[in-house]
Design a protein around this ligand. Sequence first.
Ligand SMILES: [Zn+2]
Length: 272
Amino acid sequence: MRQTLTLGRLFDIRVGVHVSWLVVYAFMTLVLGRGLATLPPPTAYGLAAGCALILFASVVAHELAHALAARRFGVKTDAITLFLFGGVATLEHEPPTPKADAVIAAAGPGLSALLAVLAIVPVVLIDRFVPGGALRDGLGLLGAYVMLANGVLAIFNLIPAYPMDGGRILRALLWRRSRDRDAATNTAARLGIAFALLFVASGVLIVAATHEPVYAWYAVLGAFLLRQGWSQERATRPSRIPHHPRHPELEPRHPELQPRHPELVEGPVAAA
Ligand SMILES: [Zn+2]
């Protein structure tokens, strides 16, 4: 992604943020800070910025889980990037087998679910051992946010809307059955398109019903997923892939249509 600021390297993988993430960060801090209206503004906005930072760390951890699982199957990850709709782990190439595909896709939501459950421990400890007051309320809020952010990351990404994690797990199952990765990707991408259209329609309907423009987010996210799903569907459409039964190695399969860097797309973090 262009306009990406590199923050550093974790496990030898470049971690960066696209400028659009900075917008998400500022927006979240403002919205969450405004929601804590009972607190003095410096405390409210400090806690809100802390929540936004927790979300950032949660998405990075989720992407790292994908990347480290991929490494176990010999697939390198070029970079982890946070952007408007969440995070992206850019894998160097597609997973070699359906099993690898499923494990890599499941690793992210798996870790997010684990973190959401583990966060219960500090929340209980804070509640029990920190004396009542502003400090306990603040720490309790941050702990609860770790549970919420990771819980949403786990559940939302398991929706079978390719190229999100759930859609990738579905693709792996179809791939194992048919032994044809492109056909499996095509079917999963079509379902992804259906989900994307559902997001767009839901976003529009909710805004119409509630007059709350913030729900337009789902329509915007749907439009993004629609574009992703459609490009994957197009890249794997049988008519687009020439078959060369005798010398398949001589002609690459439409390289411009085959994304060299499969991306694990997460979303929507800003709703978390
Ligand atoms: Zn994921």
